[in-house]
Design a protein around this ligand. Structure first.
Ligand SMILES: [Zn+2]
Length: 127
């Protein structure tokens, strides 16, 4: 996304320099623009002086962190994100598999929904 498009998602946008803007922060009840939007190299930086995170800010206007990049993510970055995601997901999946195994050991019958989820977890963990 280019900065010109990006800033249209925010209120009271004011340009304060080359590729630099202030706007109302959408992630908290902002009366005086406390959001700084700065275009740097290949991405857009957002900074709220009240401490809202970049995630909170972009999600508040229905965007994703990926939209902060002026160019589509290159493959290296995509890979890095994927690795990070799958590590988190893997831990969750393993926990779920352990829960299912535990339930079985105790003679509990899993519902078809649970079995389906277990299968998905199993496939992800062992991919
Ligand atoms: Zn904020």
């Amino acid at each position: 996304m280019i900065t010109d498009d990006f800033i249209t998602y925010f209120g009271k946008v004011k340009q304060i320099g080359d590729g630099r803007f202030t706007a109302l922060c959408p992630a908290h009840d902002d009366k005086n623009p406390s959001l700084a939007i700065t275009e740097v190299d290949d991405r857009i930086l957002v900074k709220c002086w009240s401490g809202c995170t970049a995630h909170e800010i972009v999600e508040s206007v229905g965007l994703k962190i990926g939209d902060l990049f002026l160019q589509p993510l290159n493959d290296d970055l995509k890979q890095a994100y994927r690795t990070q995601y799958s590590e988190n997901q893997k831990t969750k999946d393993k926990t779920y598999l352990a829960l299912c195994n535990g339930a079985r050991k105790h003679g509990e019958k899993l519902t078809s929904k649970e079995l389906e989820k277990e299968r998905e977890c199993y496939l992800r963990v062992n991919q």
